[in-house]
Design a protein around this ligand. Structure first.
Ligand code: HEC
Length: 119
């Protein structure tokens, strides 16, 4: 007799949980952002090539970090891939790079909300 267990986790519906910088966020950045935001080419003064670089980057005159732990709605890293508040949307439309899907943006939001950890 076959017994089938159906396990429903938060990962299958609703918001993602336990988002990892290394496994979830970095692949998104590598694909859609790092070509323009790395140590050699840091457009807007932003380097997204490593965890430390993300946390240390500041957009020219903006004094705040782009990822503010616990506060995605004020984090430019999240804003630029969703609402583009203040008119800056990433990756730029003319870049030929794949954009960030709403599911990926949601991972960025949850990662920041969970504390923007080096995990
Ligand atoms: C084709 C090149 C290119 C790609 C790809 C790109 N950016 Fe940018 N990014 C720029 C440029 C150019 C600026 C500076 C814009 C300005 O000053 O108007 C910038 C600025 C920014 C800023 C600072 C803007 C602000 O208002 O705080 C952030 C944050 C940012 N990018 C994040 C990202 C993220 C996240 C990705 C990937 C999803 C990405 N970028 C992909 C070129 C790029």
């Amino acid at each position: 007799m076959a017994v089938i267990f159906v396990i429903t986790t938060g990962c299958e519906r609703g918001e993602p949980e336990n988002v990892s910088f290394e496994n979830d966020i970095k692949p998104i950045l590598r694909r859609s952002c790092i070509p323009c935001h790395n140590p050699a080419i840091s457009q807007g003064n932003i380097d997204l090539s490593s965890y430390d670089a993300v946390m240390e980057s500041r957009y020219f005159t903006r004094p705040t970090p782009i990822a503010i732990a616990g506060n995605p709605s004020q984090s430019r890293l999240y804003i630029v891939v969703t609402t583009g508040r203040d008119g800056i949307r990433m990756p730029p439309e003319d870049s030929n790079l794949r954009g960030v899907s709403s599911r990926e943006a949601e991972k960025i939001r949850v990662w920041i909300k969970e504390g923007a950890k080096d995990n």
